[in-house]
Structures are given as structure tokens and as C-alpha cells.
Design a binder for this molecule. Sequence first.
Ligand SMILES: Cc1cc2nc3c(=O)[nH]c(=O)nc-3n(C[C@H](O)[C@H](O)[C@H](O)COP(=O)(O)O)c2cc1C
Length: 269
Amino acid sequence: MNMMNFLKTRKSTREFKRKNANDIDLRKIKDVIDETNRELENMNMYVKLFEYGQRIYDSLRGVGGYSGVMIDSPHYIGLDLKEKNNETILYSGYFMEKIVTQLNNAGLGTCWVSLNDIEDDRKAVIFGEDARGVDYLLAIGYPKPKNPFIHEPFSERIGVEEMVFSNKLGEPISMDELEKRGLGDLLFYIRFAPSTLNKQPWRFIVFDDSIELALVEDNEKVCYEDAGIIMYYFEELAKSQGMNNKWELMDKEETYKDNKYRFIGKYKL
Ligand SMILES: Cc1cc2nc3c(=O)[nH]c(=O)nc-3n(C[C@H](O)[C@H](O)[C@H](O)COP(=O)(O)O)c2cc1C
């Protein structure tokens, strides 16, 4: 599916059918995992499939997910970070979301599941000694059909004008200007990316020959997974506009109107 349409309709699946993935889809999941692990070879992280989800769900009920609301799915994928630093956390978001797009294209629903307050020793018991660095799971399965008579809750998104600036934070940029620069559609659709607690901390600052990504800090904390997710989608959407660059990482902090912003990366236009 075209990435813009995909993003517009992308939604977390929190209710799954009580049914395992069939053999063909399970093969697809395993292929995606193998391919991802080849890409992650030199990055100190790897992904692992937990095919028998019931055991994982039972172990994490009341502790996994937002406020212990664990997502019940037939299978899970864990991303294990061997070394946790800002860069590896960022790329964990990048690659996990790449997996999401591949699985969604195969008709599978997914939801990120946070495991923030669980000690590594407990994780070692649940996921195996070799996977004690799993901080997030991806719940996977077939989405339960929606009831057409019930209005589904929709996760609101901020407007482009709140997210995109010209040359410095707070300096507005018009949609016309973004269209002229070939960035209108990209920055419109990228807002549908997922983020922790749907906080959408991303801000883009457009310069003549580049665009910088900054994240709003939350109590001095930067959500690097959210940075990786948006960098992945930016690169994919940019490709569909004929731009094939990759983000270069940067590290700078600025304060604007009582908020701190961490500059994460620069993309050459
Ligand atoms: C790093 C990360 C962690 C998340 N953890 C959870 C979680 O534990 N439970 C949950 O229900 N959703 C979780 N989500 C999903 C987001 O809340 C969701 O993507 C966001 O609210 C936007 O909703 P949408 O995906 O339906 O568009 C997580 C998302 C990210 C990116």
C-alpha cells in the first residue's frame, strides 16, 4: 500500500481475534523477523518472535502496557537491546515501526506494548535469559472486526502548523510554502505516525537545504523511540517524493516558551 494511505488509516489494534496466525502468515512474520535481524546485525539489538502469546500475556497481565493494561494477542515480537543508549533506543523505534508496516501490509494488526516498570530479572524469566533487554513488545494478530454501528475512538493529531516551523522554533511556515518545497503531503501525513501515549513530540524546522527534527522534552526526558519512528516514516514518505537521503544524527538542546527541545537529526533536502 502507498505509504501516505497506509499512514492515514494506520491504527493500533488492541482487540485481537482468538486465533493464531495461519501457516502462511506465520511464515511471513518469521521472514520479516529474519530480514530485520540481518539489518540489525551490527547494531547490538535483535528481534525475537514469541509465537505462543498466551504465556506472555499471562505473565504480563497487570504489569505490561499502559498502567498495566496488557494487550492480549496470539503472538508478540520483542526487540532486545543489548546496549541501551539514545542511539540504540532511537533505532529500536525505527526498526520496530518498519516491522509494523510490513505486518500491516500482510493483513495483521499490531500494537506497541510498553514494559517500562518491569525489572530485567523478571523479563529474563518471561522472555528468556538472552532477552532480558526487551523494553517493548509488539502485539500481533488478526484484528477483531469493527462494529459499523459503534463510533471508534480516534487518536487526535496536532495540526501541521503546530509541528512545522521555518528556520527556527516558533517561526510559522505556510502550507503554500511547504507545497512549493514538495513537503506538503509528507508533513501532512506523517502526523499519523504513532507515539508514546500519543504525545506527538515531533517538531520539524525547515531550512533552505535541510530539515531538522527536534523532540519536545517531557520532564527532561526525550522519547527516542518516538524519534526513530518518525525518522523511519519521513524517509519512506520522502522516497515517494523522489528524495532518497537518510537522517544524520545531531545533538543540541534549545528552549522555546518554557519547553526544552532536543534536536535529533538533520535531513538534507
Ligand atoms: C513506544 C510506544 C509505546 C506504546 N505503548 C503502548 C502501550 O503500552 N499500550 C497501548 O495500548 N498502546 C501503546 N502505544 C500505542 C500508542 O498509544 C498509539 O500509537 C497512539 O496513541 C496513537 O494511536 P494509533 O496508533 O491508534 O493511531 C505505544 C506506542 C509507542 C510508539
